[in-house]
Design a protein around this ligand. Structure first.
Ligand SMILES: [Zn+2]
Length: 352
């Protein structure tokens, strides 16, 4: 009897231990699921600030930068092309004023901490159209109202517009991290991907360069050899791990830019690292980024960190992505790669 009791107790001990182990494993699985499912919200929470970030002290930005309103800097790239920097904002944004004979474009408008229209009006008398490189809060100028706003004509954006009004979602705007409320944009003009924008005596190609977000464009001035790249490419850490980021899109963007560019290209990005001056890179970095993406896709490149995973592109650029098993590689609009004809077909086939 006593032996039987001891055996029964042993069994029940083993049973309790087993149940505890199952519960612990379940608990870990739930915690892991929540962490993975909520990773973007956790990231947003981690970087959310109490209010607008405090302004950085004014530092020497070099002889080529002219200060405006003690906040903006203006770099003259050429007589019709200006970079309007915000070196006192911690993200060091750069916006571009591109002037033709009959109209001018403002490519990005910063966070709106200061009204960028004042500096724009000091540089041109022409009518100005605001073109956001993408819809993140730090490119839209917050509550500054532009007379004309042009947006890339993508199906998922166009479908939401009623009476020229496009309300933005929090995942495409992200302004909550600095206390900005969600805006509704008034769209006056749609830009066709791969289409040409005539500024009078100067034309720009609208290149679809997604990856950072699925609504990102670059503007390409073929005559001058300039690419205004927004957050697609700049010196610093590229964010390729957001809810609407996609590495297949990023690859498409690099293929498009390389195909559109000649043998040289001046790439002007929308943010800068600590190096004073313009956030300028060259075609070599576009090619390096493409190689890096192909190596990540093939699993032949080691990353640093887990979330985001970090891959070095070159000495000035790092690509931040989702962990390997969460990465997305199917491009959203492969048909919008450049060139639209047979050569672009190579990428479109590869992507399908
Ligand atoms: Zn962005």
């Amino acid at each position: 009897m006593r032996e039987e009791k001891a055996t029964a107790e042993k069994h029940s001990d083993t049973g309790i231990l087993f149940k505890r182990a199952v519960l612990a494993a379940l608990g870990l699985a739930v915690a892991a699921f929540v962490l993975i499912d909520q990773r973007t919200n956790l990231f947003v929470y981690a970087i959310t600030q109490d209010g607008p970030p405090s302004m950085l002290p004014r530092e020497d930005e070099g002889d080529e930068a002219l200060w405006f309103d003690d906040y903006y800097t203006v770099h003259t790239i050429d007589q019709r092309t200006f970079a309007i920097g915000e070196p006192r904002y911690y993200q060091k944004n750069f916006n571009y004023l591109i002037v033709g004979d009959t109209r001018a474009l403002l490519f990005d408008a910063g966070t709106g901490q200061r009204d960028i229209r004042h500096v724009v009006e000091s540089l041109t008398d022409l009518p100005v159209t605001f073109v956001p490189s993408h819809l993140h809060y730090d490119h839209l100028g917050d509550d500054v109202v532009f007379e004309n706003t042009a947006l890339v004509n993508l199906p998922h954006l166009r479908a939401r517009v009623v009476d020229s009004q496009l309300p933005l979602s929090s995942t495409e705007h992200f302004g909550q991290v600095e206390g900005y409320s969600l805006p509704t944009l008034t769209i006056n003009e749609w830009l066709e991907p791969n289409g040409e924008l005539d500024l009078g005596g100067r034309s720009l190609r609208v290149l679809y360069t997604p990856g950072h977000t699925d609504d990102s464009i670059s503007l390409f001035d073929q005559t001058a050899g300039y690419l205004f790249a927004g957050d697609f490419l700049y010196p610093g850490e590229l964010y390729g791990f957001l809810p609407n980021s996609n590495l297949g899109d990023y690859l498409q963007g690099t293929v498009t830019v390389q195909a559109a560019a000649g043998s040289t290209l001046r790439v002007f990005g929308a943010h800068r690292d600590d190096r004073v001056g313009l956030p300028e890179l060259g075609l070599d970095t576009v090619v390096r980024l493409q190689q890096t993406l192909r190596q990540i896709q093939a699993g032949s490149l080691a990353s640093e960190g887990v979330y985001p995973a970090m891959y070095g592109v070159d000495e000035r650029v790092t690509l931040l992505t989702e962990p390997r098993w969460l990465q997305r590689w199917t491009p959203r609009y492969p048909d919008l790669s450049w060139p639209p004809g047979d050569a672009g077909e190579v990428f479109r086939k590869e992507a399908k």
